[in-house]
Design a protein around this ligand. Structure first.
Ligand SMILES: NC(=O)c1ccc[n+]([C@@H]2O[C@H](COP(=O)([O-])OP(=O)(O)OC[C@H]3O[C@@H](n4cnc5c(N)ncnc54)[C@H](OP(=O)(O)O)[C@@H]3O)[C@@H](O)[C@H]2O)c1
Length: 362
């Protein structure tokens, strides 16, 4: 297939909006690949970048699944070939030539997972931010040991360790429940009752409605050894609820937004609040607000994430191939690239409930 010189991409413009523009096809650095986009999903970070962070002239979009069309001159991931179907995410809204809401995407060869034939495009498209944030939180921040998944999942028994995943119906939460369950953890989670059946199917063991204000006391009383939590909301007081839910010895709570001062003070010296930001897994230094993520930091995080990605060599491929991962519950949206701004609005208005908005591109 001859590659075109131009492509359509969603780009930020004045007034915190986006427009579909015709832009040059991205050019590849040594270790990069060019992917023809098959499907994308929207994350809250996409509309947040358009509304508050990016400024004009940046390509938007993170999550994607697509087909490898070209390999850069020094690609290190030897498991990749032209024609492979791969999924992952890029740092959308940050530069003029890297965003997934486009017909073609460039990304580093080691930070994509090859997708086996038993997984459809829409599920694969949900892997990027959701799946990788779950991995970063569970294994790199909470230091859960990674099992040998080639032997299948680790059985959950009465004596298994417990983990609290606050708001399991979020897209990150759905991935975290599945992966923690497959790693042998008893999963305690919160969500609206209408989503409890879905979360049980994903591997949750004990479920609560987060609107019940007595949940932290109930969880702390029932699970005195609970020492690990992932807060998939991390605002509106949820960090404090997680801190209160841990057992008397305390432990670690991973948060996805800025650590909350009151939550830090609540059990200082007993409970650590650990912030995680999935962009560090991409291996490119960047600034985020006032924080700088330098070369050393992003290289270390990217190397850890490669154990899960790296084409057919990572855990995501192994788990997908065994039919053990279901990804997110997806909601297929219409309109392709042109329909995406409507999806931003849907997410921004808080309408998403245990669903990942997904668009076919092409
Ligand atoms: N730091 C990072 O690297 C990182 C990565 C990914 C996401 N994030 C951030 O994490 C947040 C969640 O992202 P997402 O894509 O996973 O979310 P999402 O899927 O869009 O979240 C929707 C879910 O939030 C739940 N929810 C809403 N208000 C809640 C509350 N007060 N308490 C508990 N649950 C509540 C709803 O549950 P029910 O429908 O069951 O009521 C709904 O299913 C966003 O702020 C995002 O920007 C950060």
């Amino acid at each position: 297939m001859t590659l075109p010189s131009k492509m359509k991409a969603l780009v930020t413009v004045e007034g915190n909006k986006t427009e579909l523009h015709e832009v040059p096809l991205p050019t590849l650095d040594k270790d990069e690949i060019l992917v023809r986009t098959l499907a994308v999903t929207i994350n809250p970070t996409d509309w947040k970048h358009v509304a508050m962070i990016s400024g004009p002239g940046n390509q938007v979009g993170c999550d994607f699944v697509g087909v490898v069309e070209e390999l850069g001159p020094g690609v290190q991931n030897t498991s990749l070939s032209k024609g492979d179907r791969v999924a992952g995410f890029v740092h959308g809204g940050y530069s003029a030539d890297r965003g997934s809401f486009a017909q073609y995407i460039k990304t580093n060869s080691g930070i994509v997972a090859t997708i086996p034939d038993n997984v459809d495009d829409l599920v694969a498209a949900s892997l990027g931010i959701g799946g990788e944030t779950a991995v970063q939180a569970l294994f790199h921040r909470l230091a859960i040991p990674v099992p040998d998944f080639s032997k299948g999942p680790v059985e959950v028994t009465e004596d298994s360790p417990e983990i609290l995943i606050w708001s399991g119906s979020t897209t990150v939460g759905q991935w975290a429940i599945q992966i923690a369950h497959l790693s042998g953890y008893k999963v305690i989670t919160t969500a609206s009752p209408k989503n409890h059946d879905l979360l049980k199917q994903l591997g949750a063991d004990d479920l609560y409605d987060y609107r019940d204000e007595t949940i932290p006391q109930k969880i702390a009383a029932k699970y005195p050894n609970l020492s690990k939590a992932l807060d998939c909301i991390s605002e509106h007081g949820t960090q404090q609820l997680c801190v209160k839910s841990l057992g008397p010895k305390g432990g670690d709570v991973v948060v996805l937004l800025k650590p909350d001062k009151e939550a830090i003070e609540l059990r200082k010296g007993e409970v650590n609040i650990i912030h995680t930001l999935v962009y560090t897994a991409l291996g490119h230094p960047f600034n985020y607000g006032r924080a700088t993520y330098d070369e050393d930091r992003v290289t270390a995080d990217s190397n850890l994430m490669k154990e899960w990605l790296n084409g057919t060599q990572g855990h995501f491929y192994t788990l997908f191939k065994q039919g053990l991962l279901r990804g997110n519950r997806v909601k297929e949206m219409s309109g392709g690239l042109e329909g995406i701004p409507e999806g931003f609005k849907y997410l921004q208005e808080g309408k998403a409930s245990a669903e990942k908005l997904t668009y076919r591109i092409g």
